[in-house]
Write a protein that binds this ligand. Structure first.
Ligand code: KIV
Length: 286
């Protein structure tokens, strides 16, 4: 019988070095965790997006560490191969002590192997504090949904040259502070490619173009059932993989087939296509 080896940070680095794209997807329960793992998803994220796609809120602000632990506990035991990341929710890493306590809960109670936090260079001391204590960290740049009440709206980031340069600098500072992974959300494709080319660690994108090391989507967006898709507010980077699986007449495992299609398209580079990408700031245009 073939033994399935669980993925670790080191394998994600090797995938990047080998030019193999990393396929990531959110999950929040056991049923989908099993399907995603079987369909070949490399990284599963317990995203604080659960506040919107599971709890039905308009923002991620109300999500708590208890919520993330609850969903991580449902997912972690069902991942044989995929690497599990869990989000540190709003203000759960506002101080060094809170960041450590919250990460301890996500890893010891929830079974996560890495925590993700939002923010730029101002989070470097927190990233370093966690990293030197054995907590692998993913730093989330670009659109940071936890800052919605300061931003006012979810919109593409890094379009102006100054903002693009600042993000490049943030990415370097966070990697130097010990981040093992970067995640870029909703930024111009050229900026995503440039941050990736200059990054010493793997870079995952969502709406960050094709030049990053891997892609992530929210599960319910991929299945075409998230509230924003249902209400006709589908973000540009989202692709619904259900119609393809249905059109092929997949019997039974339609959802698993749709997820497997996503994994294949990420690996082959077919996703994201140009229509899923945002344009480039002037300084980054070829
Ligand atoms: O919360 C989440 O699901 C995320 C992804 C959108 C990357 O942060």
């Amino acid at each position: 019988m073939e033994t399935i080896k669980p993925l670790h940070v080191a394998e994600l680095r090797k995938m990047r070095e080998a030019g193999e794209k990393i396929a990531c997807l959110t999950a929040y329960d056991a049923s989908f965790a099993l399907l995603e793992d079987r369909a070949g998803v490399d990284v599963v994220l317990i995203g604080d997006s659960l506040g919107m796609v599971i709890h039905g809120g308009n923002t991620t602000t109300p999500v708590t560490v208890d919520d993330i632990v609850y969903h991580s506990k449902a997912v972690a035991p069902h991942l044989k191969r995929a690497f599990l990341i869990a989000d540190l929710p709003f203000l759960s890493y506002a101080t060094l002590d809170r960041a450590l306590d919250s990460s301890q809960r996500l890893m010891q109670q929830g079974g996560a192997k890495m925590v993700k936090l939002e923010g730029g260079r101002e989070q470097a001391s927190i990233v370093e504090y966690l990293s030197v204590r054995g907590v692998p960290v993913c730093a989330h740049l670009g659109l940071q949904p936890q800052f919605i009440h300061k931003m006012g709206a979810f919109k593409v980031q890094g379009r102006e040259d100054a903002a693009a340069e600042a993000m490049l600098h943030d990415a370097k500072v966070l990697a130097e502070a010990g981040a093992d992974l970067l995640l870029l959300e909703c930024i111009p494709a050229g900026l995503g490619a440039r941050i990736t080319a200059e990054s010493p660690v793997p870079v995952i994108g969502i709406g960050a173009g094709a030049g990053v090391d891997g892609q992530i989507l929210v599960l319910q967006d991929l299945l075409g059932i998230s509230p924003q898709v249902t209400l006709g507010r589908t973000p540009r980077f989202v692709k619904n993989y259900m119609p393809g699986a249905v059109a092929r007449g997949e019997k039974g495992g339609l959802i698993e087939a749709a997820i497997a299609d996503y994994v294949r398209e990420v690996k082959s580079g077919a996703y994201p296509a140009p229509e899923h990408c945002f344009d480039l700031p002037a300084s980054i245009k070829p």
